[in-house]
Design a protein around this ligand. Structure first.
Ligand SMILES: [Zn+2]
Length: 299
């Protein structure tokens, strides 16, 4: 089967899934999270070699694979790539090139990231097609430091520190969790131009989809780590209420010990290869996914 046909088929399955979820055939398990993408000028995809149809197909395949490889088998979560009213993925100008080249996005861990401004302009470019406050994906040329040097990051999500620390961590790290729809508004993912993705090499394609799946994990409030409670300080049964102390956001001490020895997982820092999602990760990811703007199911 050709790559193009596979992509179209996946898109069709995605559309059918939404129809089912919005209709009477909710399977009681699947959660669909819509995502709106923009491509920055300066990326390979923004050049004239790529028609809008080609850009749409590449982005659709990237997002679909992140679901099919990691989040659907791992947690019943599907990312739904939306198209605007013209059936397009908007291409955005990079208006501030104070560092790096066009399409580079500055990440400043201490300050306001350039990503916030670009994600805002992406929302504006989507116009009336935008689901309010929906998750945004911006494809960048690269993610750089303020001096123009490379961060070495292939993807980035700004951690929601306030939410992680709220109520001494109990809102995120104890069941029942105290998370709201408002907490999940206005999030964005920066992804480096997946140039190898256009090469006919499935290994490279799945690498980029797994990087996107890793960033999606951060959106779903998962920190780095192996998704396990390595020091066994939370209640063992996922269905019991109580502490959920695991990994970077909810057990930083444990995370510091495990980060170089932990089992491979989609949330391991050097992602791009592992697809595994654990019970603890699934529990949190599904809670957050159902609160995301425009999320559908389960009832
Ligand atoms: Zn990460």
């Amino acid at each position: 089967m050709s790559i193009k046909l596979y992509s179209r088929l996946s898109l069709l399955i995605g559309i059918l899934a939404v129809v089912n979820i919005q209709g009477c055939k909710d399977d009681g398990y699947s959660i669909a999270v819509p995502i709106c993408t923009c491509v920055l000028r300066g990326t390979l995809m923004s050049t004239e070699n790529f028609t809008q149809a080609k850009v749409t197909s590449i982005v659709d395949e990237l997002v679909t694979n992140a679901s099919e490889v990691v989040w659907y088998p791992g947690a019943g979560i599907t990312l739904l790539e939306l198209l605007n009213e013209n059936g397009d993925i908007p291409i955005l100008d990079d208006t501030d090139v104070f560092a790096g080249e066009k399409g580079d996005v500055v990440w400043n861990p201490q300050g306001i990231s350039e990503g916030t401004e670009i994600a805002g302009r992406c929302r504006a470019a989507w116009g009336k097609s935008l689901i309010p406050d929906v998750l945004v994906l911006v494809i960048t040329r690269s993610i750089i430091n303020s001096d123009g040097s490379s961060t070495g990051l292939t993807g980035l999500v700004e951690p929601g520190r306030k939410l992680i620390e709220r109520n001494q961590g109990a809102d995120l790290c104890s069941l029942p969790r105290n998370l709201t729809r408002d907490d999940m508004k206005g999030k964005f993912i920066l992804l480096e131009d997946p140039k190898p993705y256009i090469e006919p090499n499935f290994y490279k394609k799945y690498y980029w989809s797994t990087v996107l799946a890793h960033e999606m994990g951060h959106i779903l409030m998962l920190g780095h780590g192996d998704g396990l409670d390595n020091d066994s300080d939370h209640l063992r049964q996922p269905l019991n209420s109580g502490p959920r102390l695991f990994d970077e956001y909810c057990d930083p001490v444990e995370y510091q010990k495990e980060r170089f020895v932990g089992t491979d997982n989609v949330m391991t820092e050097k992602s791009g290869y592992s697809k595994a999602v654990t019970d603890l990760q699934r529990e949190l990811a599904r809670t957050v996914a159902s609160l995301m703007p425009g999320a559908q199911g389960p009832n």
